[in-house]
Structures are given as structure tokens and as C-alpha cells.
Design a protein around this ligand. Structure first.
Ligand SMILES: NC(=O)c1ccc[n+]([C@@H]2O[C@H](COP(=O)([O-])OP(=O)(O)OC[C@H]3O[C@@H](n4cnc5c(N)ncnc54)[C@H](O)[C@@H]3O)[C@@H](O)[C@H]2O)c1
Ligand SMILES: [Zn+2]
Length: 352
């Protein structure tokens, strides 16, 4: 476990990001002290690897294959996982391995948090977004018809085990969406990561475990500072106040989440410039980066500024009527800003 990042929350856990390690999962489970049976809940795209792991993890290992995609983050899928585990006579000492993107990680993670009042969880992310964002930090849950991620629990995994070689089958658009979060991590906390992402060849960067690991390290750092989403953790929300509003107005699934937050970051960086918090060069460099990684920055023209403003004020990050913005002061440094006049927000969105 050399080179592992470590989340220090609770009992703590290693976050391993490397290449060509997925077949070594059984040894990695032993190394973190897991002794019970292994139940793998895998995205259907990983069916072959899941079968290899089933054989490798011992006779009694079970596999449940489920489709990825947001529609799977629901009560029905959750119930399918419970039924599978109960048929398997799951015990408290067993471990659930969530082997897929953020959707499988969230729904299977929530199943692990709640079945038998909680069993061990290992996150084995297979999308770039899940690696740099959702697999670390312990947030699990499902959607409700009345809102995304409305039902859930904090359940820290015992291990995060990410193999960038698994990204080879991921569609280009999904990869780019994952880079949006990595670029965000550079902007809010790691100027050198941002520099290196600017230099990297976007195609090979996808499979560079060092670059991915450094992007994950920002999330690990922020989680270690504050697990229950105050102060520092709110910096991760950069691009998301406007990005979530865009997703909401367009309807989920039109843009990928990473695409919506790239547009959100672009507008929020322009907001920071309008507020004289940062140099216009931040916007310029970020925009060039998004172009390089195949990410959009233009607001879809069917969206009106008023629609966005209305949705943003309903967002759960609003405190006492005030939006708390995570805004860049420079590449590598962001801050929480509370008193942003709505007129300036309207002006920035309208002139995009
Ligand atoms: N828990 C958190 O802290 C947190 C943070 C950010 C996002 N999220 C959640 O993550 C979810 C999005 O995650 P995502 O973007 O990974 O979506 P996803 O899990 O739906 O994966 C995207 C697509 O890629 C497919 N796929 C996965 N791995 C693959 C592989 N190796 N090869 C080929 N195809 C593969 C999936 O089947 C799916 O079609 C959202 O529900 C979001 O709310 C959670
Ligand atoms: Zn995000």
C-alpha cells in the first residue's frame, strides 16, 4: 500500500489510485483487515472483471450486476440489492464492494450503510468522476422524485481502490465530465495540478495514475479537514451553484453533470472577476482548459437567467436566504463568499 492517500475521518482508510491493480483486490481486502464474505455490486459494463473478482475473492463471493446511469439511484434498485444480500444470507462481518461509477457507489454504498444496520463497504470506482469525487468522503444515497440525493447516509468505506486502467472502456464524454471535477480541484486548491493538467495530453492523461491521484488528493484533503460539509468542504461546491441550477432547468440527463459544472465554473469565475475577487486571467486559463478537455462553457440558449436565479435560491446550499458561493481568488485558491448582490449574478449570467 505504498503511495496510498489516507482519509483520516473515523477509523480512517486508504485511498489507492494506481494502474493495473484491479485483479489484486482480494489481497487489498485482506490488507485492510476484511475477513467476511465479499459481495460485489457491479456496473454491468464491468461484468467480466466482476466475474474474475468473484473467483479471486473466494468460493462464497457473490456478484450482483446492475446498470449504471442516474435511473438506477432509486428505491427499486436499492431493494434489489437488499434482496440479493438477504438471499445470500449476508452477515455483519461481510463486505460490500461497490464496483462501478458514482451511481453504483452511491446506491450500493447506501445499501451497505443500512443493511443489518451497516456492513463494511469498499469503493472500487470505474469512472473518472467516481475516482476523483464520489468514492471518497462517505456520502451515499439515492434520489427521490422530489429531489436528487434526498435520501442517504454518511458511510465511510474501509478502502477506496481505483484502477485507472478500467477507464479505457469509458466513453469519451464521460471521461471529459470527470476531468471537469479534477480541473475544479486544481482551481480551488492546487495550482500545480492545474498547471500540469494544462500541459498534459488530454488523451493519455485519462490513464495517468499520477494525475488522477493528485486530483483525488484534493478531495481527500478537503474531507480530512471537515467531513460534515462546512467551511472547507463547501469549496468543492465551486461551479455547482450555477451548474446544479442548469441541470435542474434543463432536466437531468441532457448535459452530463461534469458538463453542467464546467459551464457553472465558467460563469462563477466570471462572477468572481465581476466582484473583483480575482484576475480575468483565471477565466481565460480555465476556458482554454475546458476547450482542451472537450468541455462546454456556453450556457445552453434555451435557459433564461431568471430561471437559473429562481432555482439557485431554492438550492439546499442556501443559508438564511443567502447563497454561499465558492469562488476563486486565483488559480489554486478559492474562498466562501456570502454577500454577493443578486444584480451582479444576473448581470454575469445575462451577458454570457
Ligand atoms: N457520493 C458523492 O459524494 C458524490 C459526489 C459526486 C457525484 N455523485 C453521484 O455520482 C453519480 C454520477 O456518477 P458517474 O458519472 O460515475 O455516473 P454512472 O455511475 O452512471 O457512470 C456513467 C456511465 O458510465 C458507465 N460506466 C461505468 N464504468 C464504466 C467503465 N469502466 N467502462 C464503460 N462504462 C462504464 C455507467 O454504466 C454509466 O452508463 C451521480 O448520481 C452523482 O449524484 C456522488
Ligand atoms: Zn460535482
Amino acid at each position: 500500500m505504498n503511495n496510498a492517500l489516507r482519509v483520516t475521518v473515523g477509523h480512517g482508510y486508504p485511498v489507492i489510485v494506481s494502474a493495473d491493480i484491479w485483479q489484486n483486490l482480494p489481497a487489498a481486502l485482506v490488507a485492510v483487515g476484511i475477513q467476511g464474505r465479499v459481495h460485489i455490486v457491479a456496473d454491468t459494463h464491468l461484468n467480466e472483471q466482476a466475474e474474475t473478482l468473484r473467483i479471486g475473492c473466494g468460493d462464497n463471493t457473490s456478484v450482483l450486476l446492475l446498470p449504471g446511469g442516474e435511473a438506477s439511484k432509486d428505491m427499486h434498485t436499492l431493494m434489489q440489492i437488499y434482496t440479493h444480500l438477504l438471499h445470500q444470507r449476508v452477515e455483519r462481518r461481510d463486505v460490500l464492494v461497490a464496483f462501478g461509477g458514482g451511481v453504483i457507489g452511491d446506491v450500493a454504498g447506501y445499501a451497505a450503510a443500512t443493511i443489518l444496520r451497516g456492513i463494511a463497504l469498499v469503493q472500487m470506482p470505474t469512472t473518472l468522476l467516481a475516482m476523483v469525487d464520489s468514492s471518497v468522503g462517505g456520502k451515499t444515497g439515492i434520489n427521490h422524485a422530489l429531489g436528487k440525493n434526498m435520501i442517504g447516509a454518511f458511510h465511510q468505506p474501509r478502502l477506496v481502490y481505483a484502477d485507472v486502467a478500467l477507464l479505457k472502456t469509458l466513453p469519451q464524454r464521460e471521461l471529459a465530465a470527470g476531468w471537469a471535477e479534477a480541473i475544479k480541484h486544481g482551481v480551488i486548491r492546487d495550482a500545480r495540478l492545474f498547471d500540469d493538467l494544462e500541459q498534459a495530453d488530454p488523451r493519455s492523461a485519462y490513464f495517468d495514475p499520477q494525475l488522477v491521484r493528485r486530483a483525488v488528493a484534493v478531495k481527500v484533503d478537503v474531507v480530512n479537514i471537515d467531513v460534515h460539509e462546512q467551511a472547507e468542504r463547501m469549496l468543492l461546491n465551486y461551479g455547482h451553484t450555477i451548474g446544479h441550477a442548469i441541470e435542474h432547468v434543463l432536466g437531468y440527463g441532457v448535459l452530463l453533470h461534469g458538463e453542467a459544472i464546467a459551464i457553472g465554473m465558467h460563469l462563477e469565475a466570471r462572477l468572481a472577476v465581476a466582484l473583483e475577487l480575482c484576475d480575468p486571467m483565471v477565466v481565460t486559463r480555465q476556458q482554454a482548459m475546458f476547450a482542451r478537455y472537450g468541455l462546454p462553457t456556453a450556457l445552453p440558449n434555451q435557459i433564461t437567467p431568471e430561471q437559473l436565479l429562481e432555482v439557485m435560491h431554492r438550492d439546499k446550499k442556501v443559508l438564511a436566504g443567502q447563497i454561499r458561493w465558492a469562488l476563486p481568488r486565483a488559480i489554486g485558491h478559492a474562498e466562501i463568499i456570502r454577500d454577493v448582490p443578486i444584480a451582479v449574478v444576473r448581470e454575469v449570467i445575462s451577458s454570457s
